[in-house]
Design a protein around this ligand. Structure first.
Ligand SMILES: Nc1nc2c(ncn2[C@@H]2O[C@H](COP(=O)(O)OP(=O)(O)OP(=O)(O)O)[C@@H](O)[C@H]2O)c(=O)[nH]1
Ligand SMILES: [Mg+2]
Length: 298
């Protein structure tokens, strides 16, 4: 039959299929799926931006444009809030402020907004690109960045399959703040309870974890006026950053520690690219070692 391949052709085709399968396997082996979790505002998306700056040499032009529009929209929205508050509090504006006010009010009419600006007024999570690729030498990090507020967390489960590395971010400066979603709840308590739920869940309980204590810059500043013991009465140490770091590190380690995994900790200021470069290089080593161990290479 004409449709039958000669045995030589069949062998060649089979070789090609084998080669492709091998290529796919290598490609697959070298893709590392990383999920970044933590409560709202802890710094997850900022960490991802720094990963792209440090390992990819910057952000793509399209993203920059989107951020520019978002920043502009946020400024306008916040100015309008301030102006409305001034009105409510009967604070009178001088002439130059009045013309500025007119400009800001007119900027929020629907027909004067670009599509991006309009989008910027919606929930910030809509701007998050949940799944981003970062190329580092022979490896591809597939980094999943989710929204951390309570309403966003129900979507997390869709990203839990095949996770290789679990990063959890705590905003250490939030020890004296209440949740945006529920003003009766302390943000640090929320973060500890969320860490308990996720780190000890079926999906992650045997996975190594990289734990970031972020916003150390704000933590340092805040301690001067907002004593830690006021919010955590079991903090019986000097009210200084080092003691505070150690205190929260032990709290989180005691929540997540078990015999099947390591928890690697880092204290970070995610908005500082120079310091994040060093942290992310250390994280890269941890991630590669983790990957090689999983595949039985070391
Ligand atoms: N001062 C300071 N600000 C930070 C730091 N890390 C992040 N931020 C700021 O904190 C805000 C929230 O950061 P995001 O990265 O958007 O937080 P997120 O965890 O992605 O928040 P959601 O997506 O809402 O869950 C942003 O304005 C960041 O610039 C830090 O280490 N220090
Ligand atoms: Mg985010």
């Amino acid at each position: 039959m004409g449709l039958k391949l000669s045995s030589k052709k069949r062998a060649k085709r089979s070789d090609l299929v084998d080669q492709q399968l091998q290529k796919d396997l290598i490609q697959e082996n070298q893709t590392i799926k990383i999920i970044v979790l933590g409560t709202g505002d802890s710094g997850k998306s900022t960490l991802l931006k720094q990963m792209r700056i440090v390992f990819q040499g910057g952000l793509p032009e399209n993203d920059k444009k989107l951020y520019k529009d978002t920043i502009r929209a946020n400024i306008i929205r916040d100015m309008v809030s301030l102006l409305k508050a001034a009105e409510d509090l009967e604070i009178s504006l001088n002439e130059s402020n009045k013309s500025l006010a007119k400009y800001f009010y007119s900027s929020v009419t629907p027909d004067s907004e670009s599509l991006n600006q309009e989008l910027a007024f919606q929930n910030r999570s809509k701007f998050q690109i949940p799944d981003q690729l970062i190329f580092i030498n022979n490896y591809t990090w597939r980094v999943v960045d989710v929204g951390g507020q309570r309403s966003e967390r129900r979507k997390w489960i869709h990203h839990f399959d095949d996770v290789d590395v679990f990063i959890y971010i705590v905003a250490i400066s939030e020890y004296d703040q209440q949740l945006f979603e529920d003003s009766a709840i302390n943000r640090m308590h929320e973060s500890m309870s969320l860490f308990n739920k996720t780190a000890n869940s079926e999906n992650f309980k045997e996975k190594n974890c990289i734990l970031f204590f972020n916003k150390t810059d704000l933590f340092q500043k805040k301690l001067k006026t907002s004593p830690l013991s006021k919010f955590f009465p079991d903090f019986n140490f000097e009210n200084d950053p080092q003691s505070g770091h150690e205190f929260f590190k032990q709290k989180f380690l005691s929540i997540g520690r078990n015999h099947n995994r390591h928890i690697f900790t880092h204290f970070t200021c995610a908005i500082d690219t120079d310091s994040m470069k060093l942290v992310l290089e250390a994280v890269n080593v941890t991630i590669i070692e983790n990957h090689l161990k999983k595949d039985g290479f070391i």
